[in-house]
Structures are given as C-alpha cells and as structure tokens.
Write a new protein. Structure first.
Length: 293
C-alpha cells in the first residue's frame, strides 16, 4: 500500500545543465506518471504484488493520466481522491546521469486526514509512505503523520522522506517514530544532522532499519545498532539511460524482500537489482508489460 504525492513527470532530456542566463535546447520530452511512493508501488506491481494507493489528483487531464497509468500497472485506485484544481507536476531536467527536479505540488498539498481511509490501509501488510511538499498548505503533511501514527502498531510502515529532510530533524522526528524502515540517500542523510553517522545514531533509537543508498557505492544498512554495507553490482555507464527514480525502485525491491521474510542484506540486494533495472530504462517506472524476476 502506498501513500504520498502523485505527480505527472515532465522529463526534459537536455545535452547539459543550464548555467545562469543560459539557454539549453530540449532534445526530447516525455510525460509520465510519477511521485516517489507512487513509483515504488508501480515497481511492486511489476514484481507481482497486489497493491493500492492513497493520494489526491486534480480534475484535469494530468489526473486522468495518473489514474490511467496506475490502472495499467494493476494498482487499485479506489482510494485516490480527485480534487478541484490541477494535479502535481515534477519537471525533471535529465542530462546523462545528472538530474534536477522542479515540483509544483498542485492538489497534493490539499489531501486531508479525513480523505485517508484507514480501514483500507489496515488491510495491507506494508504501508510505504513518501513526502509531500507542503508549499501552499501543510494539510497533506498532517494527513501523512496521522496515518503513519494510526497504523504503526498494526502493520509495517516504511518511509522515504526525500525533500522533507529540508524541514530538519525536529520536524521529522514524529514521522520517524511511526516508521519501521527509513530510506535515505547520502545527501538526505547528511542534510538531516550534518553527518551520516550522527543520522544513523539518532535513527537507531527510533526505527528498526535505516537504509542509506549511495549511488554506485555500497549501501549502508543499519538494524538497531548493527551496521553493514552491501555493494551493488556495477551498472556499465553505457547501460544507464536515466537515473531518475532509481531510489524509488530500490525501495520496491527492498520491500519485496521484507514481504518474503528475508534478512536486510538480502532485501538490499533485491533493491539494488530493481534499481539497476530502473537505470536501464527511461523514466521512473517499469514497462507496463512483463514482470521482473
């Protein structure tokens, strides 16, 4: 089960990143569904899992696209709310293995706690959550926190805070307390406390497992106070099509391992395998046909 922002990704492929007062041509433009937790849920569907999603889209064609894509993956959309206004949009600048993302949250910021069906979520084994921007309103952030706390004792909660790390440790602590597994990349882990080791030490007191991905470098996996590193299989540079969404794909592989009852190191290996698959394709989500092994 997923809960988080739903965005249409406008992927803009460019030869290089622009500098100040610069103009760079767009070589190719692709429009697809996105949103961190939503991407993870689509990868889990690709892995053969029965999944659903809770979120909000607008009353526009972008909302139609988001719902249609979910249905193509087999994601249950019965708890996705349609609101007045426009759907969220993420403008993704992609140049080789470099990417920059600009987000217009749209109605994502308006998801209310009463629009989240807790009984529906309680039917799941795992709730995977990701960030909301909270630019125009913190309503959706409150809905996220209340939901995580409400189900924390009944099912496993996994959390990818992403841009919420910009709000600081004190703001995020209640979310961490409601989570069992936290996914961070290296930049996010450093931003939280200024140091990866300090972030791990603090999270060890709050969550069962913390995972810090570091691109091609070994991923850090912390269970309680025990820390290990799991190296991914290298992906040849020529095989990398688009790095966007690899972290979301990793989370799907890791959660698949959890659902199989596997130890954290094996879950991490599964995460690396799915992330590698994501690196080799365009966009954040798997093909809508075929299953990953």
């Amino acid at each position: 089960m997923g809960l988080g922002a739903l965005n249409v990704d406008e992927l803009l492929y460019i030869p290089r990143m622009p500098e100040r007062d610069d103009s760079v041509p767009v070589e190719r433009r692709v429009r697809r569904g996105g949103g961190s937790a939503a991407n993870t849920i689509c990868w889990l569907a690709h892995l053969g899992r029965e999944v659903g999603f809770v979120g909000k889209v607008g009353s526009d064609d972008a909302g139609d696209l988001l719902l249609r894509e979910f249905e193509e993956y087999g994601v249950d959309t019965s708890r996705v709310v349609r609101g007045d206004g426009h759907s969220g949009t993420a403008f993704c600048l992609v140049s080789g293995d470099d990417r920059r993302i600009l987000v217009d949250p749209g109605v994502n910021d308006e998801l209310r706690p009463d629009e989240v069906d807790l009984d529906y979520i309680r039917e799941a084994r795992v709730l995977h959550t990701s960030s909301f921007i909270g630019l125009r309103s913190e309503t959706s952030l409150e809905a996220l926190k209340r939901t995580m706390k409400a189900v924390a004792d009944e099912l496993m909660v996994t959390f990818s805070p992403a841009t919420m790390v910009l709000r600081g440790w004190s703001y995020l602590e209640p979310y961490f307390e409601a989570a069992d597994v936290v996914f961070l990349n290296e930049t996010e882990a450093v931003h939280l406390t200024g140091d990866i080791e300090e972030t791990l030490n603090r999270l060890a007191e709050l969550v069962e497992v913390t995972v810090v991905t570091r691109g091609p470098d070994p991923t850090i996996v912390q269970e309680g106070t025990e820390t290990s590193e799991v190296a991914p299989e290298p992906v040849p540079e020529d095989d990398i099509v688009d790095p966007t969404g690899a972290g979301d794909a990793f989370a799907a592989g890791f959660i698949e391992g959890i659902l199989r009852g596997e130890p954290a190191d094996r879950c991490c290996e599964r995460g690396h395998a799915v992330a590698a698959e994501c690196l080799r394709i365009e966009g954040c989500r798997p093909p809508t046909e075929g299953r990953s092994e």
